[in-house]
Design a protein around this ligand. Sequence first.
Ligand code: ZN
Length: 76
Amino acid sequence: MSGMPVAEPKPVPEGAESCDGCNGSGVYYGAGRIENGKFIGFSGPCYRCRGKGHQTSKDVKRNRYYDQHVRRLPSL
Ligand SMILES: [Zn+2]
C-alpha cells in the first residue's frame, strides 16, 4: 500500500470552530497510521466538517446530534 502526504490544516474562518474530527484539513484519516510523514490507510472527506476543515454552528449542531443518537449505539 502506498502512502500519501498528510493534508495541511486550513485556516478557520471567523465565527467557525476548529474541527474535532480531522486535523483541520477537512480530510478524515482512519484505520491507518503515519509512516515517515505519509499516511497509510483509509482517508476521505471529514464527515464532521464536510471536508471544510472547520465547523460552522450548523455543523456543530449536527455533530452533537450524531454523537448522542447515532455514534453511541446502545449495547445489545
Ligand atoms: Zn473535519
